[in-house]
Design a protein around this ligand. Structure first.
Ligand code: NCD
Length: 315
């Protein structure tokens, strides 16, 4: 099966079969990582440009490694040292990249909808690596992959997304993906960090974690996106942490096999305690490893590759 898409802009626009295809295709790529040679020649001759207008550690390096393990050439454009600081527009920047015959542009930008604009402007495949508060589809996919790997399924699981839901693109991509794959999704946070009309996405809204903790199979903990907030939306970090921060005391009534996810970067002691981040339920480092396999699958499928279970990518 093929993906038949030029771009990956958000999980809102994919149907269940397309999400399943990406997750299935990521599986053999993740098995590749146990080998001494972790590279396949699949994207030899292709050029992948990484255009990041916002800070990133995990996502940028993960995409770069994914492209390199598929044998593509990669080019990093760091906005601080590019013509953007001389006033060049996003459109002019991506048209310049197009003129250099890039096959993929992976873009992170503070403006919601920026990846769509770029996708409509140039012929290269565009992957959204986070557009403002809107979506971060590959993070959503790697979270789904990690949950599926650990639990064997997504359908019917009770999954809570906790913290700053309003400003989080990770929350939105998770909600779309989890709902399409049949999970029950709960969002938990202070009312000031809850998007208006969030119930319309088919989630259950809670302002305390205590009541629902015993029935949860997965919790996905989010950082407070201070950089996207113009005013103080909660009294102090200490108070936020007291009510919504996840520590081992709050997990006393949780299921033994509860999975704890966090997209990173973590603010230890704020939304998550070190005990929980490094504890037996945490799959945070697995998320990072799986991120590379999922991004390899996305690049491979957008390049027109045949995906699904049991594919062989060696040739
Ligand atoms: C997230 C992001 O940038 O949206 N991080 C990531 O990609 N791993 C979440 C965050 O910054 O809090």
């Amino acid at each position: 099966m093929k993906l038949n898409r030029k771009d990956l802009l958000g999980l809102e626009y994919l149907d269940k079969d397309e999400i399943d295809l990406i997750l299935q295709t990521a599986r053999p790529f993740s098995e590749l990582f146990t080998r001494t040679v972790k590279k396949v020649p699949t994207l030899r001759g292709k050029t992948v440009v990484l255009l990041f207008y916002e800070p990133s550690t995990r996502t940028r390096t993960s995409f770069e490694l994914a492209a390199k393990r598929l044998s593509a050439d990669t080019l990093n454009i760091t906005v601080a040292s590019s013509s953007v600081v001389k006033g060049e527009s996003l459109i002019d920047t991506v048209k310049t990249i197009e003129a250099m015959k890039a096959d993929f542009v992976i873009i992170r930008h503070s403006m919601s909808g920026s990846a769509h604009i770029v996708a409509n402007t140039i012929s290269a495949s565009i992957i959204n690596a986070g557009d403002g508060m809107h979506e971060h589809p590959t993070q959503g996919l790697l979270d789904l992959f990690t949950i599926q790997q650990k639990k064997g399924r997504i359908k019917g699981l009770n999954v809570a997304i906790i913290g700053d839901i309003a400003h989080s693109r990770v929350a939105r991509s998770n909600i779309w993906g989890l709902k399409k794959l049949g999970a029950n999704v709960f969002v938990v946070g202070p009312s000031t960090l809850m998007p208006a009309d969030v119930e319309k996405l088919g989630v259950e809204v809670h302002y305390h974690i205590d009541k629902i903790i015993p029935k949860l199979d997965v919790i996905n903990i989010l950082r407070i996106q201070r950089e996207r907030q113009e005013q103080n939306l909660f009294p102090t970090l200490e108070e936020f942490s007291e009510i919504f921060g996840i520590n081992s005391k709050k997990l006393v009534r949780a299921k033994n096999d509860l999975l704890v996810l966090h997209p990173g970067p973590m603010n230890r002691g704020v939304e998550i305690s070190s005990e929980v981040a490094d504890g037996k339920n945490s799959v945070i480092t697995e998320q990072v490893t799986n991120g590379i396999a999922v991004r390899m699958a996305v690049l491979y499928l957008l390049a027109g590759g045949e995906g699904g279970a049991g594919e062989n990518f060696d040739s």
